[in-house]
Design a protein around this ligand. Structure first.
Ligand code: NAG
Ligand code: NAG
Ligand code: NAG
Ligand code: NAG
Ligand code: NAG
Ligand code: NAG
Ligand code: NAG
Ligand code: NAG
Length: 437
């Protein structure tokens, strides 16, 4: 992203009229912000759905988890440095690989600096528990000692239960953010009762709302939120600049597939798509993560996504996939093969009508009719149909990203704002869980 943004900037500065226009707009913004009297600000409805109290948890449940030895953590895809820049990473404008675990760090920081945070628990509508569950549990997922995966969760709940405001509601006005999929916390309901921690099976968690990157379909207290990507604009202007760039990019490939085969999973759908993509090199742009260093060098991914009309999004180890969000942020139209990858998740974040922004091709149909079905379906769309889908994707970008923190005073709503508004509204109005999902 850095390279692409820089080339966007280089492009802009090579156009004197554009420069003038931008200078003009900046002056307008300055004038407007000077002209706003403090009264204008006060008269805006402040936190209409109430305020959030953030528990001051012992650091062993959050900050200390960020200090652990990197080598302690799970064997693949893990890197150190999760706490850099409040969870946003070192260079906030780079579309880099962001670990899902960063979600808890991002939420925590955003809430602490939000205008609707209160330090007086008696005046709060909702209570935020800044427990970094993904880190606490992730560390032990690949060890044999299952009890270790639950220890920190149990201790945290014990601490919370002693709090007066927990006791008032049994946790039903409490919420948290978890940067791993829900299946990592449901060992008791895992078919083999082997995988994961039992955190979300614990009775005390049954009333707590959790923002999580992949939800359990039957559990309305799981609320799925977008995976964090590396795009964290600071202002609406940065956002608009990126949207314009993604809209205008010359997309010379019909579709792209980014992924690695899981050699040990027989009959793996991702392996099938990878092989298909290699064979269809005239139409498909391959990023093979078993060859490219996808986790450290995002530029190859960003360029593939920007350069393609569509991106193929099979299920991964679970139904959801971080790449869906990278894809959409780059303005590429996602192609899904399982409904649960997106349509049954992220309801508050994605457009309501699947066809408006994506393509669905059932995985079973691909198996039955052959992979060439994919090209046939995608080539069947007119330029205008593709343009409309892409426009919808680009319009949705703000709701899919985690912008830089600015106290909740921004003039656009990002994924965090949508999530926070939703949980406050639900708690305030005592809405049904199912309204929210
Ligand atoms: C990190 O690992 C080293 C070597 O195993 C150990 O000496 C050190 O105490 C560990 N640090 C933490 C914070 O666990
Ligand atoms: C999250 O993790 C990545 C990968 O380790 C790290 O580089 C980054 O600083 C952390 N924050 C974000 C938002 O990427
Ligand atoms: C876990 O247990 C299995 C056998 O029960 C053993 O082969 C394996 O090495 C153990 N793994 C660890 C990390 O201790
Ligand atoms: C909380 O749960 C306990 C035990 O289930 C119950 O006795 C109590 O009435 C509940 N409190 C509220 C406010 O629902
Ligand atoms: C959930 O909340 C209700 C009241 O809102 C309470 O009666 C119930 O006991 C709570 N459940 C648990 C497991 O605390
Ligand atoms: C888009 O890219 C293709 C392939 O690189 C090239 O042939 C074409 O001229 C480009 N179109 C524009 C408008 O730049
Ligand atoms: C790709 O081509 C190879 C060699 O012709 C063939 O064996 C393989 O089945 C093809 N893959 C797909 C998905 O069509
Ligand atoms: C798949 O093949 C079957 C039987 O050949 C055909 O009826 C069906 O229309 C095909 N599906 C698509 C999407 O082309």
């Amino acid at each position: 992203m850095k390279t692409t943004l820089n080339s966007a900037r280089a492009h802009i500065s090579s156009h004197p009229r554009l420069c003038l226009l931008i200078a003009f707009l900046s002056i307008q913004v300055l004038v407007l912000s000077i002209a706003r009297t403090p009264n204008d600000v006060v008269s805006e409805p402040e936190c209409p759905s109430g305020r959030v109290y953030v528990y001051n948890l012992p650091p062993t449940f959050n900050k200390h988890l960020l200090l652990q030895n990197c080598t302690d953590l799970h064997p693949y895809n893990w890197q150190c440095g999760i706490a850099t820049n409040h969870g946003y990473g070192a260079a906030a404008t780079e579309l880099r690989r962001v670990l899902p675990e960063n979600l808890s760090v991002i939420f925590h920081h955003r809430i602490l600096t939000h205008k609707c945070r209160t330090t007086e628990p008696e005046s709060a509508t909702a209570y935020y528990i800044p427990f970094y569950a993904g880190l606490a549990v992730g560390k032990y997922l690949w060890t044999n000692d299952t009890s270790k995966r639950d220890l920190s969760c149990r201790r945290m709940l014990k601490w919370v239960q002693k709090q007066k405001y927990w006791q008032k509601s049994n946790g039903s006005d409490h919420f948290m953010a978890i940067g791993r999929i829900t299946w990592d916390f449901r060992r008791l309901t895992d078919p083999g009762q082997i995988w994961g921690s039992t955190f979300l099976n614990m009775p005390d968690m049954q009333n707590v709302t959790r923002f999580i990157i992949e939800k359990a379909p039957a559990d309305a207290r799981d609320v799925s939120v977008p995976y964090p990507t590396g795009f964290h604009p600071e202002t609406k202007y940065n956002l608009r600049e990126w949207q314009k760039y993604a809209r205008g990019y010359n997309r010379s490939s019909l579709f792209t597939f980014i992924g690695a085969t899981r050699g040990w999973v027989s009959n793996d759908f991702r392996g099938l798509l990878l092989s298909y993509c290699y064979n269809e090199s005239g139409h498909c742009r391959v990023v093979d993560c078993s060859v490219s260093a996808c986790s450290t060098d995002a530029s190859v991914i960003v360029e593939a996504l920007l350069g393609s009309e569509f991106c193929l999004q099979p299920r991964g180890d679970s139904f959801t996939r971080r790449s869906v969000f990278d894809c959409m942020v780059a303005g590429s139209v996602p192609v899904f093969f399982w409904k649960r990858t997106a349509y049954d998740q992220y309801r508050r974040f994605l457009p309501g009508e699947p066809k408006s922004y994506s393509v669905f091709i059932d995985h079973e149909e691909v198996r039955r009719n052959g992979t060439s079905l994919i090209k046939d379906v995608l080539m069947g769309f007119s330029k205008e149909e593709i343009r409309r889908k892409r426009e919808k994707v680009i319009e949705t970008i703000p709701r899919l990203i985690y912008a830089m923190s600015n106290g909740g005073l921004r003039d656009f709503k990002d994924a965090f704002d949508v999530a926070l508004d939703g949980v406050l509204e639900r708690i305030k109005k005592g809405k049904e869980w199912d309204d929210f999902l």
